[in-house]
Design a protein around this ligand. Structure first.
Ligand code: FAD
Length: 354
C-alpha cells in the first residue's frame, strides 16, 4: 500500500514517521520549497496525548534524545490581574512538557528526507475505485491507495472533500513572540495569563532556552493590518494597550522580540461523513483557537492512530472509518473546549451553530 500525505507539518511528519516504522510506503508532498523557508513558531505545550503519540511514532531512541531538549514546567495554570494578584489557579493531572516546535520538527524530519518532496502545492485530487491521485500546481501528479490531507487550517483537501466544513474567525488576534527566559523564571507554569479589561491578555510560558510571550486582544481593538507593522511599532502598540499594568509586565514586554501577529481561527464541528480512501488529520480536520493548547497534541494523536489503523491489516475502509470516528470525536470535543476556554479568558466569539 502507498499512502500519499499532503503537508509536512507536525501531523504529516508524525504520520510519515509512524508509517515508515510499520514498513508502509509513504510519500509526503509539501508546498513550501524547503523545510527552512519560514519560521515554524516557538514553544509547544505537550500533554499526555501528544507525549504518547510522539513517543510512538518516533520510537524509543529518538524520543529519549528529543526529551533532553524539553522543559518540564509546573503543571499549573495561573491567571493574574494587571496588578499581578492571583485571580485563579489550578493544577493539571498527567505529564506536561514545553518543547521547541523547531526541535520537534527536526526530530520528526530525521530519516524522512527521501519520502518528502518540497515545492508541491496540492490543488485538487481525483478518486478512482482503487486509487486516489493528487494534482499539484506545477502540473505533476502522485497516486496512492490512500490520500491524507495533513495540510493545516486552510486545507485544500478538506475544501474539496468536505466543502460544507467551515473555518471561521474567532474575533481575536494574537501577537506572538519571545522574551528572555530570565525575565520570567518565576512564571514557570504550563501557562500564566495576565488579564486586563476588554479581554486584553498577556500570556507567558517558559521553554528550556527562552520564554514565549503573547498578547491577545479583540481584533477590532487593533490596527487593521498588524502584520505590516514593524517590531518596535508592535511593542509600542502593546505598551499603550497595557498602560498602567504592573511595572513587571512592562519590563517583560520591553524585551519582547521576534513578534508575529496571527488572526486566530477555528473550525466548526460537523456531523460524521461517509468514509472513502481520502482522509484528514490535525488542523485540516479540527483547527481550533490555541486557548486549550491542544491542536498539536491532537495532530500528533491523529497521526499515531492513523498509522496504527493503516498498518493493522484490516479492511481499509473500515479501518479508516474507525480512525475518523475517533479523530472527529476527540478533535471536535477539543474545538468546543478551546472555544469555551477562549470565550472565558480571551473573549473569543462563540462557535456558530453547526
Ligand atoms: C500561536 C500558537 C500557539 C500554539 N501552541 C500550541 C501548543 O502549545 N500546544 C498545542 O497542542 N498546539 C498549539 N498550537 C496549535 C498547533 O500549532 C497546530 O494545531 C498544529 O501545528 C497543527 O499541525 P498540522 O500538522 O495539522 O498542521 P500544520 O502544522 O499547519 O501543517 C500543515 C502543512 O501543510 C502544508 N500545506 C498547506 N497547504 C498545502 C497544499 N495545498 N499542498 C501541500 N502542502 C500544503 C503547510 O505548508 C504546512 O507545512 C498553537 C497554535 C498557534 C497559532
Amino acid at each position: 500500500m502507498r499512502v500519499i500525505v499532503i503537508g509536512a507539518g507536525l501531523g504529516g511528519l508524525a504520520l510519515a514517521g509512524g508509517l515508515r516504522r510499520s514498513g508502509i510506503d509513504v510519500a509526503v508532498y509539501e508546498r513550501d520549497p524547503s523545510p527552512v523557508v519560514r519560521g515554524q513558531g516557538y514553544r509547544l505545550h505537550l500533554s499526555d496525548v501528544g507525549i504518547d503519540a510522539a513517543a510512538s511514532v518516533l520510537g524509543p531512541g529518538r524520543w529519549s534524545a528529543f526529551l533532553s531538549t524539553a522543559h518540564t514546567p509546573k503543571a499549573r495554570f495561573i491567571r493574574f490581574d494587571t496588578e499581578l494578584r492571583v485571580l485563579e489557579e489550578h493544577d493539571f493531572e498527567g505529564r506536561h512538557l514545553a518543547v521547541d516546535r523547531q526541535e520537534l520538527r527536526d526530530t520528526l524530519l530525521a530519516d524522512l528526507d527521501r519520502v518528502i518532496t518540497y515545492g508541491k502545492h496540492l490543488t485538487a485530487f481525483r478518486t478512482e475505485t482503487e486509487h486516489v491521485t493528487a494534482h499539484f500546481e506545477d502540473g505533476t501528479t502522485a497516486t496512492g491507495e490512500v490520500l491524507v490531507g495533513a495540510d493545516g487550517v486552510n486545507s485544500a483537501v478538506r475544501r474539496q472533500y468536505l466543502p460544507h466544513a467551515r473555518v471561521v474567525g474567532t474575533g481575536l488576534t494574537q501577537l506572538y513572540g519571545k522574551i528572555p527566559r530570565r525575565s520570567a523564571e518565576d512564571l514557570d507554569h504550563v501557562f500564566s495569563a495576565i488579564t486586563g479589561s476588554g479581554h486584553r491578555v498577556v500570556g507567558v510560558a517558559l521553554t528550556r532556552d527562552y520564554a514565549t510571550c503573547s498578547f491577545s486582544a479583540r481584533t477590532d481593538e487593533l490596527p487593521p493590518e498588524p502584520h505590516h507593522m514593524r517590531q518596535h511599532q508592535l511593542r509600542s502598540l502593546v505598551a499603550e494597550m497595557t498602560y498602567g499594568w504592573h511595572p513587571r509586565v512592562q519590563r517583560m514586554l520591553a524585551g519582547w522580540h521576534e513578534i508575529f501577529p496571527l488572526a486566530l481561527r477555528t473550525s466548526v464541528p460537523i456531523a460524521p461523513w461517509a468514509t472513502t480512501r481520502v482522509t484528514l488529520l490535525g488542523d485540516a480536520a479540527h483547527a481550533m483557537s490555541p486557548a486549550a493548547g491542544a491542536g498539536a497534541n491532537l495532530a500528533l494523536q491523529d497521526a499515531a492512530r492513523l498509522a496504527a489503523a493503516l498498518s493493522g491489516g484490516g479492511p481499509l475502509i473500515s479501518e479508516l472509518r474507525s480512525y475518523e470516528r475517533g479523530m472527529a470525536g476527540s478533535g471536535f470535543a477539543a474545538v468546543r473546549a478551546s472555544a469555551a476556554n477562549g470565550a472565558r479568558i480571551l473573549g473569543q466569539d462563540p462557535l456558530p451553530a453547526c
